[in-house]
Design a protein around this ligand. Structure first.
Ligand SMILES: Nc1ncnc2c1ncn2[C@@H]1O[C@H](COP(=O)(O)OP(=O)(O)O)[C@@H](O)[C@H]1O
Ligand SMILES: [Mg+2]
Length: 231
């Protein structure tokens, strides 16, 4: 579904991501793991076209999107949940979902019921300001907002960050359901081992802006986890 080839990007003239290649197969959950600051979010911003490519190519369903604008990528079926969830605190829950709807405008018809099925709490809080939600509810809203345009590929940048441990696993279950029931391909940036192990088919490990390992999730030994994630 998504192919990133020899991709290099960064901020202004500073290169952060160097020569990164990843392959995201349709229907899978592919994880990117690595310590803080290694460039995971920068890579996601590159895939979304928020940062321009210096070199390399990105293809989505065999279509070259390397130079496509961010809204074009959303329209072509990429749903993106940025790190920190990216909800608008002063807008209501419903207004936040409508923002997602406008980003993916022209794609498919919006289906609020799909969101409410996965996240019944969101339906109960439609008129509440998003800034008053708990961390877990905010994560649910951010995923729901990304689902509104019925994407084919869902990019989640550290969805577990800032969320209570018991809620992390229930969000993990929902991500799994979204993958299985809606057939969405998922690109998951994570540092939470439990989530990575329970969700991912394949993991790419990043360090210093490069891919330094590729493993089936069930091959991730404690030595490898230590190598890639411990500080
Ligand atoms: N907006 C920015 N401007 C300049 N440098 C940035 C910016 N955001 C992140 N960086 C730098 O890019 C590097 C990678 O950051 P990031 O992609 O956020 O890492 P990760 O998501 O793996 O924690 C870090 O050195 C960070 O300081
Ligand atoms: Mg990050």
């Amino acid at each position: 579904m998504l192919d990133v080839n020899n991709f290099t990007t960064g901020y202004n003239k500073i290169t952060i991501i160097r020569d990164v290649s990843i392959h995201v197969e349709t229907g899978k959950i592919i994880s990117i793991i690595g310590r803080n600051g290694v460039g995971k979010s920068t890579l996601m911003k590159g895939i979304m076209g928020i940062l321009p490519p210096n070199t390399g190519t990105i293809t989505l369903n065999n279509k070259n999107i390397t130079k496509a604008k961010t809204y074009t990528r959303a329209n072509l079926g990429i749903g993106y949940v940025p790190q920190g969830h990216g909800v608008f605190p002063n807008l209501t829950v419903e207004e936040n979902i409508r923002m997602g709807e406008s980003i993916s405008k022209g794609r498919k018809s919006s289906d609020f019921e799909v969101i409410y099925n996965f996240f019944p709490r969101i339906k109960e809080r439609l008129n509440q300001k998003a800034g008053t939600l708990s961390g877990g509810e905010r994560a649910q809203l951010s995923i729901g907002r990304a689902l509104i345009g019925q994407p084919d590929l869902l990019i989640l940048d550290e969805p577990s960050e800032g969320i209570q441990p018991n809620i992390i696993l229930s969000i993990g279950d929902i991500i799994k359901q979204i993958n299985k029931e809606l057939g969405l391909t998922v690109l998951l940036v994570e540092q939470h081992i439990g989530l990575i192990k329970s969700l991912a088919d394949t993991c790419y490990a990043m360090d210093k802006g490069s891919i330094v390992g590729e493993h089936a999730a069930d091959e991730l030994t404690s030595e490898l986890i230590q190598k890639y994630l411990s500080v």
